[in-house]
Write a protein of this length. Structure first.
Length: 158
């Protein structure tokens, strides 16, 4: 504090917490978020979607080290990692396929395809190869992803 003409002036600094990382979602040819489409198909409720969004938010704010176990330690396929969103009893175990980057490997991830895990098996069985295909499409067409959340419907409605 400092004194300025009969008034105390407080020097207040504002700290902005900008995300260290960004998490993008791959977009279909129709322009829909493929992760939201998958969540719609699996009929994932708003509570579990909110939990998923919370995990994405923590990944953006602190990077992969903030939440150990959120991402598989090693790739499940070339350049593809599995994100683990545990569901409560009666809920599906969400296992979206994600890649680092692919444009800035040091501070971004892209959700490429959705999968669930049942009896330690991914459904659909070809989730890894679909994610690799979507990554290849994305590399050739960088506009095929958006930085947006997973809450809401694939067509943008809530």
């Amino acid at each position: 504090m400092r004194y300025v003409s009969d008034k105390w002036q407080h020097n207040v600094s504002v700290i902005l917490l900008l995300p260290k990382w960004k998490v993008y979602c791959f977009v279909s040819e129709r322009g829909h978020n493929v992760i939201r489409e998958w969540l719609d198909e699996e009929r994932v409720g708003t509570g579990q979607r909110a939990k998923f969004q919370s995990k994405i938010d923590s990944l953006e704010s602190g990077g992969p080290g903030l939440n150990p176990g959120l991402l598989s330690d090693t790739p499940v396929a070339r350049d593809i990692y599995k994100m683990k969103i545990k569901g409560n009893k009666g809920q599906v175990q969400l296992r979206p396929m994600v890649c680092k980057g692919p444009f800035d490997m040091s501070k971004e991830f892209t959700l490429l395809h959705g999968a669930i895990e049942k009896d330690k098996k991914l459904i659909p069985e070809d989730a890894k190869s679909r994610a690799q295909n979507n990554r290849a499409i994305l590399i050739g067409s960088p506009m095929r992803r958006r930085h947006e959340g997973v809450i809401g419907k694939a067509d943008g409605s809530i």
